[in-house]
Design a protein around this ligand. Sequence first.
Ligand SMILES: Cc1ncc(C[n+]2csc(CCOP(=O)(O)OP(=O)(O)O)c2C)c(N)n1
Ligand SMILES: [Mg+2]
Length: 584
Amino acid sequence: MSDAERISNRPSGRMNGGRALAEMLRLAGVGPMFGMGGFQLLPFYDALAQLGMRHFLINDERCGAFAAEAYARVTNRPGVCDGTLGPGATNLVTGLIEALNAGTPMIALAGDTNRAHSWKNMTQECRQAEILRPAVKELIRVELTSRVPELLRRAFAVATSGRPGPVLLDVPEDVCHGEHDFAADDFTIDPTTLSAPARRIRPDRADIARAAALIARAKRPLILVGGGIHLSAGYEALLALVEAQSIPVAHTMSGKGGIVCIHPLSVGLFGRYSRIANELIEASDCLLVIGCKLGEIATKRYALPPARIPLVHLDILAEEIGRCSPATVALWGDARAGLEDLAEALADDDRRARAARADYIGEIPARMAAWRQEAAARLDSSERPIHMARLCRELNSALPANATLVADGGFAGHWTGLLYDTKSPGRHFIPDRGLASIGYGLPGGIGAALAAPQTPVVAITGDGGFNMMLGELETARRAGIGLTIVVVNNAASGYVKALQHAMFRGRYQSSDLVEMDYAAIARAMGCVGIRVEDPERLGAALREGLAERSRPTVLDIVVTRDPARMLPAVDNRTVEIRQGDRVA
Ligand SMILES: Cc1ncc(C[n+]2csc(CCOP(=O)(O)OP(=O)(O)O)c2C)c(N)n1
Ligand SMILES: [Mg+2]
């Protein structure tokens, strides 16, 4: 059904609040939803069943929020999840904050107590609105059944406009179960609010002119791109500007894919971990920061960028501009719109700029080759247990251009952030850098796989993160998705153990996990399970996982257990690295 047909297909008559919620979500054309029921929202569940809408029971509401969040990252449409009152609602907190910090559009529904009995020690009652309010962009308490359509419209508008984010609808039991006579006119929704960015704002023309003048003067300009490029879908505009002007692009973990990693002007990750990007930042004479908060990891705990370098900062949130590093020119607006305007302002100068920057651009392949040579021993390592860099190399070889790699909040995300190369522009690398919780990998993979059923999806997670979420393997199997889960099995809370090694001379506390066979666990749960101890087997195992389209495959990869060799690079905190350690 087209958007226009769906939106004109409006219900009317007497219905309960749950049905009205479902009807609105149907009009909005939302994708699969994730949640776990309870009495309060059961009319909503019943309406979903009657309307034939897709909703997946998850085994922990946190995972439902993560799955909806990843769904939203793939589609730029709000992901939808729900939880019952009390523990269901509080379990949503982590996933909602991920979305809040990452700017991901989401709509969450939480059941709440029947207002006829609230504050009389009702079962599962807690001050959930107060707990959830700082976790979302806006919390909407629905006080009247008749206002369900209006307030869902509001939820979409808030979720997809400005910097997108999560919205929580807190729905008392009596509002969900209560009935109202609705008119067809009640069920309308503004189609422009159904995906992010709902509306694009352009930077001020005078600021564009000042930024263009700075860039035109620069001999070594560099673009630093963050996750905002995905929210704006500004890929073509970014590529057009960098090619017209010969400006290389470095990215944060969230910004990977702004331009494709294998593009000659892509210089990789910058910040805590970097190939050559940090050196290029140091030597730059003009930085153009796009859709990027310049937070701790991107700046090596605020050691970057050097204050002497002029900085143009383009962001959709005015108050983020210059927050961590002062901006010479502030461009307040949508990333795509701002890039288009900059390209237009610079167009007459393109030819001269490209000629002037030929040597600068010419350095990049040589620097990248030197880095690759230095890293080759790790990337090509045939050691056992398997080297993480070798695993990343094999991911680069095995994953096709349209694949999506979802990366968990732990080490796996940092290693792949540094070493994984996307082969087509777009959101093909999804790390949960909003809150960097471990445990995102599996549920995030479920959301991404359901968002793009034809696309191969691989989720990489630590064993600790996987342990948190094992129950969701049941969800993935029930959903019948061909998700490949790569478990980085180091029998440790590795990041913690590596830091204890480096900073506390190997006094380990609560950082070891017991040795587990995750492939056997997967098989026992009706999934495919393959344990890989030999690096030469990695490619075949990945291909086997990708080929399985109807159930999950768990690849249990036995990687180094040596805490001296777990970190992708030297951390810039107060790390003591003892002689003989190899930390990268
Ligand atoms: C929910 C949560 N708790 C704690 C942390 C801190 N933390 C970051 S990485 C890490 C280790 C995770 O272990 P594992 O998933 O096995 O990954 P590894 O570092 O061993 O690759 C921890 C505990 C976190 N990011 N999220
Ligand atoms: Mg681990």
